[in-house]
Design a protein around this ligand. Structure first.
Ligand SMILES: Nc1ncnc2c1ncn2[C@@H]1O[C@H](COP(=O)(O)OP(=O)(O)OP(=O)(O)O)[C@@H](O)[C@H]1O
Ligand SMILES: [Mg+2]
Length: 371
């Protein structure tokens, strides 16, 4: 990871007022060489407005923006020579072929040869269709042609405004891999999105923007690690369990949910109290196995909805089951588990849940949703 590498984009105390309304309220961040930098925020947060300022389409009311040490406003041409950008949607001519579009944009840049056009075409994987009219392209192909166009001038920084918008899951995955591939060549990619999972999987670092303010910025894995580990307890007698867990020092209860357990015939495989154990490695961003069932190895949906309970034997119709979401250090788990056993609370599973950017966002915005 190129952390601490040279700074390709530097944004300092940037503000933007439009019609007397402050839309961007003093934001600062740096993008380093060769990293994928996520700019994450809900609709209306100010992502596109910021991007417009990054490429001098609109002027900040205050603050400075430098690309490779050059002021994007005062040294417009020199600075923007290092930048390729797509704001919202790529601007392409449908009545021209992909190749003709690239030729058209190449004319505006010094020194772009036919060889370079072939190179960027190959880079975005459009060789087969490059001589077809753009109006026959799928959305994903248009996005890729837009990126090819942005790469023509061999920039050091590529800025993409929600490049996965409108793409299907396969297209999103391809775009993610493609962006990582570009970064591996040393290019810095600044990518905006309102999709937390996307950013978590694709980016080295992230700035989270909310109502024109940056509410968190840093290494994705570090931000999440700071946020601490969550442990989900799946127990019987949830009231008693909750009381006990909440009384343990160093444990924060984040939420608790109950459900009536349906009666089921015993199969003799009931797991006794005290046998719960930590599941999965839970080691950071983007892992899909964080909700893996400790006993069956099957993936389950969110535990916190109380419906993902492990069914055990015994005729216990009407008994309550509950899931309790806590934040605590791993060292405390055996202790809390032993105390639950002591008071006769059955523990069905204990699972570590890696925090997600969504958790982080919710906690930073006091529970406001990203969507
Ligand atoms: N030219 C303008 N005039 C007035 N208000 C504007 C203008 N441009 C943007 N805004 C307002 O600024 C805020 C931020 O808009 P912006 O387009 O930057 O958000 P965004 O984060 O890109 O959202 P989205 O995810 O929907 O694309 C919004 O409340 C928007 O209505
Ligand atoms: Mg936008």
């Amino acid at each position: 990871m190129p952390q601490g590498g040279s700074i390709v984009l530097s944004v300092r105390n940037v503000k933007k007022k439009i019609r007397n309304r402050e839309i961007i309220k003093g934001i600062s961040f740096d993008v380093h060489a060769g990293e994928v930098f996520g700019f994450l925020g809900p609709n209306g947060a100010g992502k596109t407005t910021t991007i417009r300022m990054l490429v001098d389409l609109i002027r900040p009311t205050a603050g400075t923006i430098h690309v490779c040490g050059l002021d994007v406003h005062r040294q417009h041409n020199e600075a923007l020579r290092h930048v390729g950008c797509i704001v919202e949607n790529p601007e392409l001519y449908g009545f021209l072929t992909g190749w003709e579009n690239l030729e058209h944009f190449a004319r505006m840049l010094p020194g772009v040869t036919a060889a370079r056009i072939r190179e960027v075409t190959a880079l975005v994987g459009l060789e087969q269709r490059i001589h077809d009219k753009v109006r026959t392209y799928s959305l994903g192909m248009r996005q890729r042609l837009g990126i090819a166009q942005a790469l023509l001038g061999n920039p050091r920084l590529l800025i993409l405004d929600e490049p996965t918008n409108g793409l299907d899951p396969q297209g999103i995955k391809e775009m993610r891999l493609f962006i990582r591939k570009l970064a591996a060549t040393g290019l810095s990619v600044f990518v905006s999105s309102h999709l937390l999972g996307e950013i978590q999987q694709m980016c080295d670092r992230v700035a989270i923007i909310h109502r024109g303010r940056i509410i968190a910025v840093g290494d994705v894995a570090e931000l999440l690690a700071q946020y601490g580990n969550r442990v989900v307890w799946n127990v019987a007698s949830p009231d008693r369990a909750l009381e006990l867990i909440a009384s343990c020092e160093g444990v924060t209860v984040l939420s608790a949910e109950q459900c009536e357990e349906e009666g089921s015939a015993g199969n003799g495989e009931e797991e006794g109290a005290g046998e719960g154990r930590m599941a999965g490695a839970g080691n950071g961003a983007g892992h899909n196995d964080e909700n893996r069932d400790v006993r069956t190895g099957e993936n389950r949906e969110a535990h916190t909805d109380g419906n993902g309970a492990v069914h055990t034997g015994g005729n216990r119709a009407g008994h309550k089951r509950g899931t309790i979401l806590t934040q605590m250090s791993e060292e405390l788990v055996p202790y809390v588990n032993a105390r639950l056993v002591q008071v006769g609370v059955e523990v069905f599973s204990i699972e570590r849940k890696s925090p997600t950017l969504e958790d982080l966002f919710l906690s930073l915005t006091d529970g406001e949703s990203i969507g």
